[in-house]
Design a protein around this ligand. Structure first.
Ligand code: SF4
Length: 341
């Protein structure tokens, strides 16, 4: 998988007031990329494409360089207290991705250049909770690692949080372009997580992301660089031969990861879920998907704003939980399973 390179770049004139904005615009001027101005990163118009689907695909290779105005961070459960806003959007094409519904008609990738202001807001959040630890999630609305080779804003965030006493950072990725992050001064305060899955799920539902082997090799490098490491297994999907598929995943992890990281390893387990609106969008954008989304085969869980989600029925969810937790206990007895949801 080649590192992401946008086909089209927009920038807000205000972004040029910030060092990162100027650096990025300069960088793209020297590359074979079309550069356009936009008044606001929230209203990018004229993304090329004859129909909605083409525009969607083109938007996913469009980068917008903007200034983050809202410096109130969303709360982020269950893995952190707050979402730190470094970027929005992702170039991946995972069929099940929830950004398809949460970003609506704005699937282009936005990177925010006012890092000092974002860090000042983070420091304030940390300060309010002292001496409690405050965890920030950097991958709530994007796959931040996948674009960081261009911006290095994640690297700066890792180093900023590394200097705080009570701050912690975490993020998750499906990309393996981690080399520039290996020498970041993280001080052990960043948990670097990879999203992994059974081979069947990676092959059928995660186009446009790094292969599982690439992710595992990257995880090894990250562990060797002394980062606390974690894995999110999501979405856990029932498929023919799922037991073998997930067992193999953990066998591959076990064969790859250095001993040194195993005492402080976390796993987060998330079963596949969908909402009715998400299903509609997915069927439009990835009409040939093999993703199973039959409401009658699922259990309905009431959700916020009246939009409930469909999860696996209790006995199926239980079977998934038991099998996967079993592989983890067997192969990584010292690891922590943070949750199964
Ligand atoms: S890599 Fe993550 S954020 Fe990007 S499309 Fe896939 S699930 Fe969505």
């Amino acid at each position: 998988m080649e590192p992401f390179l946008p086909q089209l770049v927009y920038y807000e004139p205000r972004a040029l007031e910030y060092e990162l904005g100027r650096t990025l615009v300069e960088k793209f001027k020297h590359m074979d990329v079309e550069l356009r101005e936009t008044t606001s990163h929230n209203q990018v118009r004229n993304i090329p494409g004859k129909n909605e689907l083409q525009q969607y695909r083109n938007a996913k290779s469009t980068l917008v360089i903007g200034v983050r105005k809202t410096l109130t961070f969303d709360t982020s459960k269950p893995s952190a207290e707050y979402a730190i806003p470094l970027a929005t959007g992702c170039m991946g094409h995972c069929h099940y991705c929830y950004l398809q519904t949460t970003l609506g008609s704005k699937p282009y990738i936005r990177t925010y250049v006012n890092l000092e202001e974002i860090f000042a807001a983070a420091d304030q959040y940390i300060h309010e909770r002292e001496p409690e630890i405050t965890r920030f999630e950097a991958a709530c609305t994007s796959d931040i690692v996948g674009i960081d080779h261009l911006t290095h804003s994640l690297k700066k965030t890792i180093e900023h949080i590394g200097q705080t006493e009570y701050g912690r950072l975490r993020f998750v990725t499906k990309y393996h372009h981690v080399n520039h992050l290996l020498d970041a001064n993280h001080n052990g305060k960043t948990r670097f997580r990879f999203s992994v899955n059974a081979d069947y799920v990676v092959r059928h539902f995660e186009p446009g992301t790094s292969s599982l082997s690439e992710r595992l090799e990257a995880a090894k490098k990250v562990a060797e660089a002394g980062y606390p490491l974690g894995f999110i297994v999501a979405p856990i999907i029932l498929h023919d031969g799922w037991q073998r598929g997930y067992q193999e995943l953990f066998e591959r992890l076990e064969a790859t990861l250095p001993r040194s990281c195993r005492n402080d390893l976390t796993f987060e387990l998330i079963q596949h879920r969908f909402t009715k609106p998400a299903k509609r969008v997915i069927m439009k954008r990835y009409p040939k998907t093999k993703l199973q989304m039959e409401e009658e085969e699922r259990k309905y869980k009431w959700g916020r704003y009246g939009i409930g989600k469909y999860v696996y029925k209790d006995e199926e969810a239980e079977a998934l939980k038991e099998a996967i937790e079993g592989y983890i206990h067997q192969m990584f007895p010292q690891a922590t399973i943070e949750y199964f949801t």
